[in-house]
Structure formats: C-alpha cells, structure tokens
Design a protein around this ligand. Structure first.
Ligand SMILES: *[C@@H]1O[C@H](CO)[C@@H](O)[C@H](O)[C@H]1NC(C)=O
Ligand SMILES: *[C@@H]1O[C@H](CO)[C@@H](O)[C@H](O)[C@H]1NC(C)=O
Ligand SMILES: *[C@@H]1O[C@H](CO)[C@@H](O)[C@H](O)[C@H]1NC(C)=O
Length: 645
C-alpha cells in the first residue's frame, strides 16, 4: 500500500523529488494517514453520508475556525509548497477535452468514425497543468438571465458557425460585441421552439405541451441538441432534457448548452453504448441530429431502443432533403428503411406531421416473440447491466429487465417515487434500495444542504475582517446553476436542492464501482450517468459551478488511479469562482487539502466538531488570471533558481 502511494507521489513530484525530501516525508505521513484512515472501510457502499444535522448548529463558529484554517493554509502555501504549485497549460488547451484528440486517435489506429469516439487510453500520461480560461473570459450571468445570453468570449465558436446558424435549435445572434443571445421573452428573437414543442404535444394527443409530465414524459434525451433551445423550453415545463452530442472542437453544442446552464454532456454512440442503463428515458429526440440511422446495421437505432422506456417516444425531425423525411409521406414511394425497420423492433408510427415523425416503443414485451421471422433477435439475459461504454449490439435489450414498466400518466409532481414504486424496486432488487433507506438518506441531505449552502460564502476568503456579531448573508438562491454530484448515491443532494428551490440542476454521477443506483436516479427524473473517476469526464472545461463528492476520495484511494489527476480534472471542469465540497475521512481530506493547494484552490477544512472522523473540505477555484500569471512567472523564477543550484 505504502509503496503504491509513493509511486503516485513520485509521479506527482517528478525529477525534483530528492530536493524536496522533507516535504515528501510530510506528505508520506499524510498519505499513510489517508491509507490507514480509509482501510477500516473498503466498501464504498457502507460509507455513511454526513448525518446528524446538529453538528452545524453554530456554523458561524465553524466559519471562524475555518478562517484560522485558511490562514494556516495560506502560510503553508506561501512557504515550502510554493514551488509545488502547478503551472498553467498553454493557450491551445483552453478548451481541452481529454479522450477526444482526433489526430492522436487516428495515429493510434482508430478509423471508420472510431477516431471521433471517446478514446481515453490514447490521452493517458498527459502533461500535468491547469487549463486556463480564455483571455476575455467573464463569469456567466446568473440563472435565468444566463440561459438566454452568454459571453461570446467564454466559448469557442467561429464566425462561420455564427453566420450559418439558423436551424431551429441552433438559432443565435450576436448582441453587442461580446454577447450571444439565444432567445428573449419579448420575442425579439423568434426561435420557433415553442411552436415546435406544442406541435409535438399535439401529435401525442395532448392539448398542449404543459401536459408532457402528466403523460409520463419526465426525462428526454436530446441527441444533437443544437444549442439546447428545445431543452431550455422543456426545462421550463419541468421536464428534464439532457443534451448529448459528439465532441466538437469549435461551436460545440455541448459547450454552449452547458454555458447556458442546461444539462449536457459529450456523448455519441458511434461504436459504443451510452453510459446509461437500459429503459431510462421516456423520450429520445433528434432534430436534424445528423445520424444516419440505417448505417452500421441499425445498431444506432437499437441503442435508442435500448435506452427508451416501454411506451416511450422517439421523435425524429429531419429536413425534407434527408432520407426519411419526405419519402414517408409520399404515397407512391417504396417502403423507406425506417418503415421497414420499426415494426421489427416493435415501434409503431404514432404520428407524422411535416418533417416530424413520432414512433412509440411497445409497452408489451410479448410483442417481440410474436414478430415474424427475420426480426432483430433479443439480447441474452443479463446483457444490460451496467453499461459503461460497451460495444453497440445488434440485438434488442431490456426485455427481461425488471424495470420493464410502461410509462404512465402521473398526477403527482415530478421527481417523486412513491413508496409503492420503491417497494417494487427494492423487492425485485433492481437497485437494492429499501424505501426506509431512501427516505432516511433524503432527510440527511435536507439538513446537509442547508449547511453546505451557508458555507459557500466567499466572504471567508476576503481580507476584510468581519465585524463581531455580523451574520454573513446567505448566498442568493441562484448563485450557482450547474452542479455535479460526483458520487450521487440515491440522488439525495439533487432532491434537497429541488426542495430548497435553488436554481440548480445536478449531474448525478454514479461511480462504476459504487452501488448501482443510476436506474433509480433516472427513474426519479434526474440527470445521471455512470462514470469511472480514473478517467476524464466527458465535458468541456469550465462547465460546472459546484462539484460535490461524499466519500469518493476514500473510495478511490483503493483504486489504481492518481488522485492528482482527479483533482486536475475537477479543476478543468470547474468554472472560475466555482466551488468544491468534499466530505470524507480525516486522512482523505488532509490529502485533498494538499492537492487543493497545489492546484491553487482556496481551501478550508471544516471540522464537524463532534468527534466523528469525517471532515469537510470546502474549496473555491480563484478567478484571477492576473494573479495566476504572476504566480506563473514567479513559479518559473523559482524553478530557475533551483536549476542554478
Ligand atoms: C458525529 O457525526 C457523525 C456524522 O457526521 C455521526 O456519525 C457521529 O455519531 C457523531 N458523533 C457524535 C459523538 O455525536
Ligand atoms: C493531440 O495529439 C497530437 C498528436 O499526438 C498532439 O501533438 C497534440 O498536442 C494533441 N492535442 C492536445 C490538445 O493535446
Ligand atoms: C393519460 O392522459 C391522457 C391525456 O392527459 C389521456 O388522454 C389518457 O387517456 C390517459 N391515459 C390513461 C391510461 O389514463
């Protein structure tokens, strides 16, 4: 154990190691503490989330304690640790997304489209540096203003992409010289998305699109979402729309959608499945998403079928020039490939209007056995557990899955499972969740969130002394928007955020080796994804305002991957002035604090002050490019001195 840690350390500190032996000793001791601290519980699942609300009762006292911590840390970082701080990456990495280097992928031998897929082995052992924001980066406008107007300097988009924008979901315009606008309430920019949404609702037999929820459509996967305008509209109707699109070096749909504060991640399914379980979405939507569905033996359409719930809808809008749009409506035409294929997978054409087609997946799993010969075979049982970028298949998944329950009308508000539903989940051990556990977890998060929220006050980092008796104001409800829960468990943090009416959406990440709660999270109508934290997350730099991880560090310390890489990755995806909240055992938190210092986060440890071995680490990523530049030159100076020595 110890030797593997020192291997990691030598990776971190590189060739200058001997000069820093004293420091290394210190870190080794801390590492040992981390290892010992985590060895008592190796199973991630047994880690208890922070519980007991009363530990925070006097959070002001905690904050004062934190201020002391912070000063201590300051002096630490000004002293011995200065030269360990990491440098900034070059400007060419401003929009760096690991795993998607097409030229490197080609060089590594990937072809036939695979070079555009996620290939993480290829970008291993990359240079360790901090991805810097673009020169004219500005903190995004707060929700909901930020949904409609973004700073053009924050995203990478070319003039041509501006000029060619115009399809319904990609409509945008330049406002002033440094802002991009997508939509405005006064109808100044008419985006057509409302009419489109209404059209889809009518095609489904609803009186208007506010009825999507009642009709059971709670979560929509929007493939190639343009810049997220359709999703933005759905979100306003309380429908969760998750945008996925391929990696794009400029004019990225995912980058722009996230910049607007809407759920999105890089995801394509050229050769591999999406990291979602089968039977997850009530609607999959593709408006000119550029996929040729009959290519690759229909495996792409079968992937849509896999993630679609029974009774779910596939909405396809394609312009007349594309293969399936026009010919379906022509009386004389031969069967289009789509018309031929859909009965084989038990989809029925529910409606068609202009260029929009809606198919509905069967609710009846017996449909598959009654199909004619030549039909697509069913996958073997057990095939659809934990899909983590598995190869695409040419069979139908999910038919024997215990979650095969048709979408249904719901009267209740979104994001609620009634206990009957949980009972079914529990009894059938689909996710192994007992209703009591679930509700207890939710209760814990309700109070935990209030406490976290009170800790997110930038004041603590300011140089102004507080006047005694001053209560710090709480952050405004819309201080943050894009939140990632890096080990989401039952999605309790997300549920608590909704109850507290904060303006956030949460990307609930379920780590690959943790309890597999992702089906539950998606059934709650939350955004969720399976992820291996030893790999980079499929998103652009500066896309999240808050990263939260409960128990993740001690979980990962038993894995093969480097903590430093994890922290660098967190720094990459965190917006300037974004927050990190880690809750873990003392050892893991001490370790994390060292890493936080190295990557220049402002960090403070919060002692829960009740004798438990859990600590909080609250960090903020500074937005101070000037200081960073200064630090940068200072950094190279000290390196220079060292070299002379
Ligand atoms: C302290 O808090 C933890 C959870 O944060 C709890 O498990 C433990 O029982 C508490 N200890 C005491 C002595 O209250
Ligand atoms: C992509 O890979 C090429 C070839 O390996 C390399 O030269 C280049 O620096 C990489 N780009 C990034 C942004 O890492
Ligand atoms: C579901 O709701 C729709 C419209 O609200 C209604 O037309 C339909 O009959 C309902 N279905 C069931 C099974 O209740």
């Amino acid at each position: 154990m110890r030797s593997s840690w020192s291997n990691k350390l030598s990776l971190i500190f590189g060739p200058r190691l001997p000069l820093n032996w004293l420091l290394l000793c210190l870190i080794s001791v801390l590492a040992l503490i981390a290892v010992l601290g985590s060895s008592s519980s190796n199973t991630f699942d047994s880690l208890t989330p922070i519980s007991v609300p009363d530990i925070y009762i006097n959070y002001r006292r905690l904050k004062e304690q934190a201020a002391v911590d912070y000063l201590e840390l300051r002096s630490l970082s000004l002293g011995a640790s200065r030269q360990r701080e990491l440098g900034l990456c070059g400007r060419e990495r401003e929009n760096y997304v690991p795993c998607y280097n097409v030229s490197a992928n080609l060089f590594a031998g990937f072809k036939d489209g695979e070079e555009f897929d996620r290939q993480c082995e290829v970008s291993r052992n990359r240079e360790r540096c901090l991805v810097r924001p673009p020169k004219d980066y500005k903190i995004p406008l707060r929700w909901p203003a930020g949904r409609d107007v973004i700073w053009s300097g924050n995203v990478k988009i070319t003039k041509d992409q501006f000029l060619s924008s115009g399809s319904m979901t990609k409509r945008l315009m330049l406002l002033e010289e440094n802002q991009i606008a997508f939509h405005s309430e006064d109808g100044l920019i008419f985006d057509g998305v409302k009419d489109y949404s209404l059209q889809i609702a009518k095609m489904l037999g609803l009186s208007d699109d506010s009825q999507f929820l009642q009709a059971g459509v709670q979560t929509v996967l929007d493939i190639g979402c343009g810049f997220g305008s359709f999703g933005a509209h759905l979100v306003s109707l309380n429908v969760m729309a998750i945008c996925i699109a391929a990696y794009e070096a400029t004019g990225s749909q995912v980058q722009l959608t996230l910049e607007r504060g809407l759920p999105a991640m890089i995801g394509n399914f050229i050769t591999r499945q999406l990291p979602y379980p089968a039977l997850s979405f009530e609607m999959v939507h593709c408006a000119q998403c550029g996929i040729v569905w009959d290519k690759k033996d229909w495996t792409l359409l079968l992937e849509v079928d896999r993630v679609l719930k029974p009774g779910g809808y596939f909405v396809l809008t394609s312009s007349a020039s594309q293969p399936y749009g026009s010919s379906l409506s022509m009386k004389n035409s031969m069967l289009t490939p789509m018309e031929e294929m859909t009965p084989k997978i038990c989809w029925t054409l529910k409606a068609q209007q202009y260029e929009t087609f809606i198919w509905q997946k069967t609710v009846d799993s017996d449909c598959y056995t009654s199909r004619k010969q030549g039909a697509i075979p069913l996958c073997n049982e057990g095939h659809d557990v934990r899909s983590y970028y598995k190869p695409l298949v040419s069979c139908i998944s999910g038919t024997t899955n215990k979650r095969w329950t048709p979408i249904r009308n719901r009267s209740s508000s979104p994001h609620q499972l009634n206990s009957a539903e949980l009972e079914i989940h529990g009894k059938e051990s689909v996710v192994g969740v007992q209703p009591d556990d679930f509700f207890e977890d939710l209760q814990i998060w309700r109070s935990a969130l209030r406490n976290y929220w009170s800790l997110l006050t930038p004041l603590i980092f300011s140089d102004h002394p507080k006047r005694p008796g001053d209560e710090d104001p709480l952050p405004p409800f819309n201080m943050i928007r894009n939140v990632m829960d890096m080990s989401a468990h039952y999605g309790g943090l997300n549920a608590a955020f909704l109850e507290e009416r904060k303006s956030v959406w949460v990307m609930n990440v379920v780590p690959v080796n943790a309890l597999y709660t992702l089906p539950l999270i998606l059934d709650l109508g939350f955004a969720g994804v399976l992820h291996d934290w030893c790999e980079p997350f499929p998103t652009y730099p500066r896309t999240y305002d808050l990263l939260h991880a409960n128990g993740l560090l001690s979980h990962l310390s038993s894995e093969r991957c480097s903590m430093m890489d994890l922290f660098l990755e967190m720094d990459r995806i965190l917006r300037p002035e974004g927050w990190v909240v880690l809750c873990d055992k003392v050892g893991a938190i001490e370790m994390a604090r060292m890493f936080a210092t190295q990557i220049r986060w402002e960090a403070r440890v919060i002692d829960l002050q009740n004798g438990s071995d859990q600590r909080l680490l609250v960090c903020q990523k500074p937005f101070n490019p000037k200081n960073l530049e200064d630090a940068m030159s200072h950094h190279s100076e000290s390196e220079h001195v060292e070299a002379v020595d």
